[in-house]
Design a protein. Structure first.
Length: 142
């Protein structure tokens, strides 16, 4: 069977179009996965920051056997701790941390709220920045 010359190379433009669509889809899936991973990190960092603050309340160091460092935690202590949780996929200097205590302060029974924000930069077909944030609240027990 003889191929007509007018049909030679017709597969090249079709392949280019399909490959472009496939690559856009693939990079979109990768970026979506990165976004989910980053949001998971932000949510976990908020929870870990709140937990770190509640176990370091104003009365947590009264026991002589207590080996906690950073007792009677302050805002700067919580910020430093949460930023230290960065594991390489996030930039520690870009992590925003806002710890707040209720009006009763850092005493047992008071509530600690830690809000963590992070600007996620998309790399795939959609470019831009998504500001991810999560808040965690816990009650100081000691």
């Amino acid at each position: 069977m003889r191929v007509r010359r007018s049909e030679r190379g017709a597969g090249l433009p079709e392949t280019a179009i399909v490959m472009m669509a496939l690559l856009l889809f693939m990079f979109g899936v990768i970026d979506f996965g990165r976004g989910l991973y980053t949001y998971s990190f932000v949510a976990n960092a908020a929870r870990q920051g709140a937990r770190w603050a509640i176990v370091r309340g104003s009365q947590s160091c009264t026991n002589s056997n207590n080996n906690l460092s950073g007792c009677n935690a302050k805002q700067s202590d919580v910020v430093a701790y949460v930023q230290s949780l960065s594991n390489g996929a996030t930039d520690p200097s870009q992590i925003g941390v806002t710890p707040t205590w209720t009006a009763c302060g850092n005493a047992p029974g008071c509530v600690v709220s830690v809000k963590v924000t992070y600007p996620f930069k998309m790399l795939g077909p959609l470019t831009g920045t998504l500001n991810m944030s999560s808040t965690s609240q816990m009650v100081i027990s000691q």
